[in-house]
Design a protein around this ligand. Structure first.
Ligand code: UD1
Ligand code: CA
Length: 464
């Protein structure tokens, strides 16, 4: 019998303890909403469908997951985990197997879930974990033969049951047909007056149905986030998980405790990432890319051999060959740098392309500019691209040399192999191959004397 896998993610909670206007499952870990993490992990199991039960902030949750293949299920009233799963059941066929995940436990590794799913021949399965401090969790009760006989919620437990260290992670799998029957028989006769999904275990046990359990290898991957403190703990755990994955891929991290990946990261071989680097959005690092300490990248695509020196901030940058950037460079969206280019300290580049071998090594602003190959841009050069209303383009052709302290008033073009004298303000096109200077001539005033300080007047002295 083929058993299509239907995943149900419970995400209707408000998350009151977050003290936030944001629905709980939209709080971010590693820059992405908790629910998005879970959708990605769920997707790795090749399910027939993913059903997400939403309630509080439903529209906002849907919008945050736009473009994903999700069956949204509205739980109008929050009446417990059993009730939440019940809402999804009408869309699930009897021959399916249902895997339930909790929206606020986003870091569960796909391999652990795959292990649970491997038991789908059994009517009911559960992922448990052992905790030194099991408070707050449903305790796993086992009969004399070691089979799970029931799950007791923390609030309903007796002091003896509180001591049980094996708890419910919240991840439960059941065959749809029996699950439907068990859910139909739930009541809310408990302290929270909720329909507990966990009550199906006592039903299965009394019916003599087989219950399988998988013990999670590392409970830290199963932590949930109910408040800001736990959210920060998850962020730390996520950092740990990410660092481990990167190192497994061959990335050298100078300190796995000091890297933040807030989004997606692709890496080639022999990438080196120094301490306190933050990678936001979608970044790709080619073979041998080196990121110095304190580098911040957002949505960048860096070609093999690119070296970003300390404390540089790059957003929307593409390098098409090995180049050197920083230290202390700021490179903004729309910038493309070819092989052998160099962007030095205190240089800002925006929406510009630099051809192979071109350099702006110190203290410059280059905006809306097309720079050819082998151009040297002297220290303190500024493209004046904004007239207060509109932006204008600058073109600097191959082999040009721009003297230090030059202002290029756009729209303007500097010709091929042209030289611009230092300190020039260039507002008309400079021709190919010639020297163009626009500063006033230097002159010397012969015999000029520096003014001296006036001597104190004798009248005012001692005359008070
Ligand atoms: C639940 C389990 C407990 C387990 C723990 C793991 C039950 C009864 N208890 O307890 O055994 O150890 O998770 O963290 O299942 N939700 C809805 N609709 C509802 C109620 C809850 O969507 O009506 C969602 C919540 O948004 C949350 C999840 O289900 O994501 C779990 O609900 P919560 O109330 O936090 O359950 P716990 O008391 O933590
Ligand atoms: Ca919870």
């Amino acid at each position: 019998m083929s058993q299509p896998l239907h995943i149900v993610i419970l995400a209707a909670g408000e998350g009151t303890r977050m003290k936030s206007n944001l629905p709980k499952v939209l709080h971010r870990i590693g820059g992405r909403p908790m629910l998005v993490h879970l959708l990605d992990t769920a997707g790795e199991l090749d399910p027939a469908a993913i059903h997400v039960v939403i309630g509080s902030g439903a529209e906002e949750v849907k919008a945050a997951c736009a473009g994903r293949e999700v069956q949204w299920v509205l739980q109008e009233e929050r009446k417990g985990t059993g009730h939440a799963v019940m809402q999804a059941m009408p869309n699930i066929p009897d021959e399916a197997v249902v895997l339930v995940l909790l929206g606020d436990h986003p870091l569960i590794p796909a391999e652990v879930l795959k292990e649970v799913v491997s038991h789908k021949a059994a009517p009911l399965s559960i992922l448990t974990m052992e905790l030194d401090k099991p408070k707050g969790y449903g305790r796993i009760e086992r009969d004399r033969t070691g089979r799970i006989s029931s799950i007791i919620e923390d609030k309903d437990a007796t002091p003896a049951q509180w001591k049980i260290r094996e708890v419910n992670t919240g991840i439960i799998m059941a065959q749809a047909e029996v699950l439907r029957a068990w859910l139909g028989a739930l009541d809310c006769d408990n302290l929270k007056q909720e329909y507990y999904l966990t009550d199906i275990f006592a039903m299965a046990h009394s019916q003599g149905k087989e219950i399988r359990s998988v013990l999670a290898p590392d409970p830290r991957d199963l932590q949930g986030a109910n408040d800001r403190r736990q959210l920060a703990a998850l962020e730390r755990r996520h950092r740990h998980q990410t660092a481990r994955k990167l190192m497994k891929r061959g990335v050298q991290l100078m300190d796995p405790e000091r890297i933040d990946v807030r989004g997606k990261l692709k890496t080639g071989s022999d990438v080196v990432i120094d301490i306190n680097v933050v990678l936001e959005g979608k970044n790709r690092l080619g073979d041998g890319v080196v990121l110095g300490p304190g580098v911040i990248l957002k949505d960048c695509d860096l070609a093999a051999g690119t070296h970003v020196h300390p404390y540089s901030v790059l957003e929307g940058v593409r390098t098409t060959g090995a180049c050197d950037i920083g230290p202390f460079a700021r490179v903004r969206p729309g910038t493309e740098l070819a092989e052998g280019t160099r962007i030095g300290n205190f240089v800002e580049v925006k929406n510009s392309t630099l051809g192979a071998g071109s350099k702006a090594s110190h203290l410059s602003y280059i905006g809306d500019t097309r720079v050819g190959e082998r151009v040297n841009i002297g220290a303190g050069t500024i493209t004046c691209n904004y007239d207060g209303v509109n932006k204008h383009a600058t073109e600097i052709d191959d082999g040009a040399f721009i003297g230090s302290g030059t202002q290029l008033v756009a729209p303007v073009r500097v010709g091929k192999d042209a030289t611009i004298g230092a300190g020039s303000t260039i507002s008309k096109d400079a021709p190919d191959g010639e020297l163009t200077v626009s500063r006033s001539r230097q002159s010397t005033v012969k015999g000029w004397k520096r003014p001296r300080k006036n001597p104190p007047s004798s009248e005012s002295e001692g005359n008070t």
